[in-house]
Design a protein around this ligand. Structure first.
Ligand code: EPZ
Length: 430
């Protein structure tokens, strides 16, 4: 187990290249199961979550080769329809294997994913969607057991849940529908760029999907899909994280390999708070610098294209040292505030009020030993540490390694004083 030592107070400068999207890669890797022909996916980030997905695909019987950012997957007939608890329990997003396994093998045994620190992670919308296409479902010793011996049949399904549309639920239904008999219409579909990227990948495989990126997606089932090549979109949350770093403590940073539309909500919020945000003419790069007179802001997360839930913790770190009062409410994961207690240990003034964080900006945070808890909370702690006075030790770095490719190297490249060292104390405790 590693920890990150951050010496705060050093202004970032220079340029950083954003990696491919973790959240686009995961369903696309799973979608490789939909054909017995090889697929090649480029710019898959080398992070724990994509490696877990690759391990699961191999364990099912697919042959997977990875050379730097390109992954080649070959899923011959006869692959298993049953994933192991050992593998699935490591990553909740494994639920996105449901759709491709049901489409290809018409049955699947998938351990139910547990919750996680950002809140209860139900899968009722996923189950209801595949049932609507004719699957029989039962829960057996902690597994979701689904079968559709006569194959899946297209239907119209409304995917809206109490907390809005479901991203991976939309993905699962799309992947189940591509080989179903007839047409499937997804109402209240998620509009995230990662859903669009998956739809583009499936259409390259020969699927017939229209409307991805809107609230209504139509899928005309086809007999079979073929292999293809695809490059995943840039990681908009990694890009947003570096944009916040640029606004927090820099002489101006340039963030390359982004897609302007995908980070517009974060850019608008940073500009509203008085920071400098300038996109290149082609929208593939953005320059961010701290505002002269920055001010607090009010964030209510919402499904794309609204402000992303995956960016509210990072903004909370920025608000912690921004003059004035800021308010952050997460409508998607109302309990997603694990970072606040650790930020308070660094001197942040944050009061929780019924699922809303009220932040009063302080002059400066002070370095302290802190504990990472989930992927984006950990990113918030790294940001806070960059701006804090003194040294911060961030334990349980594996949370960051789930979704940020070479974060410490990228920060060092921007002039941050960070170093990754073995966490000997954690080893003793574990
Ligand atoms: C995806 O998770 C992302 N993960 C999450 O990013 C992201 O926070 C989330 O979408 C919301 O944007 C991946 O893409 C791998 P949801 P997902 O289903 O699809 C409720 C990160 O940090 N819900 O869109 O699992 C759910 O509880 C991760 O990279 C149901 O009620 O999230 C939540 O309140 C964290 N029933 C809301 O919907 C269901 O069956 C949205 O969840 C499914 C979801």
């Amino acid at each position: 187990m590693d920890k990150l030592i951050v010496e705060g107070g050093y202004k970032l400068k220079g340029t950083v290249n954003i990696s491919g999207s973790k959240n686009a890669s995961l369903p696309i890797l799973a979608a490789a199961l939909l054909t017995d022909e090889p697929v090649r996916i480029s710019r898959v980030p080398d992070v724990s979550d994509t490696n877990y997905m690759i391990q699961i695909l191999s364990q099912l019987g697919a042959s997977v080769e990875r050379s730097s950012g390109t992954v080649r997957i070959d899923s011959p007939d006869g692959i298993s329809s049953s994933a192991s608890y050992e593998q699935v329990r490591k990553m909740r997003a494994s639920i996105c294997l449901l759709g491709p396994m049901m489409a290809r093998m018409k049955r699947c045994t998938l351990p139910l994913p547990g919750g996680c620190v950002i809140g209860d992670r139900p899968v009722d919308l996923h189950v209801r969607a595949i049932q609507a296409l004719g699957a029989r479902v039962r829960i057996k010793s902690g597994n979701l057991v689904m079968e559709a011996p006569n194959g899946l049949v297209g239907a119209t399904v409304d995917m809206r849940g109490d907390n809005g549309p479901t991203v991976l639920g939309t993905d699962n239904l799309m992947m189940a529908a591509v080989l179903a008999r007839g047409t499937t219409v997804i109402e209240s579909a998620a509009r995230e760029p990662e859903v669009v990227d998956l739809a583009n990948f499936l259409n390259k495989m020969g699927a017939q999907i229209e409307g991805a990126g809107s609230r209504t997606i139509t899928i005309h089932g086809v007999e079979q899909l073929h292999g293809c090549e695809h490059t995943v979109i840039p990681d908009r949350i990694e890009a947003g994280t570096f944009m916040v770093a640029g606004a927090l403590i820099s002489e101006g940073v340039t963030i390359n390999r982004i897609c302007r539309d995908h980070v517009q909500a974060v850019a608008d919020m940073l500009s509203e708070c008085g920071h400098t945000v300038r996109f290149s003419s082609n929208g593939a790069s953005v320059y961010v610098a701290p505002g002269v007179q920055p001010k607090g802001g009010k964030i209510t997360t919402s499904p794309y294209p609204g402000f992303p839930t995956d960016m509210q913790a990072q903004m909370t770190a920025l608000f912690s040292v921004t003059p004035g009062i800021s308010v952050v409410r997460d409508t998607i994961f109302p309990q997603r505030f694990m970072h606040c207690s650790e930020l308070k240990r660094m001197g942040a003034n944050i009061k929780m009020d019924n699922g809303t964080a009220v932040i009063t900006g302080t002059e400066r945070l002070s370095g302290a030993p802190v504990m990472a808890s989930d992927l984006r909370a950990s990113a918030a702690l790294v940001l806070a540490a960059l701006a804090a006075e003194g040294v911060t030790e961030i334990h349980r770095l594996y949370h960051i390694d789930r979704g940020y490719e070479m974060l410490d190297d990228k920060l060092m490249g921007l002039g941050a004083h960070v170093s990754r060292v073995p966490d000997l104390k954690a080893v003793e405790e574990s």
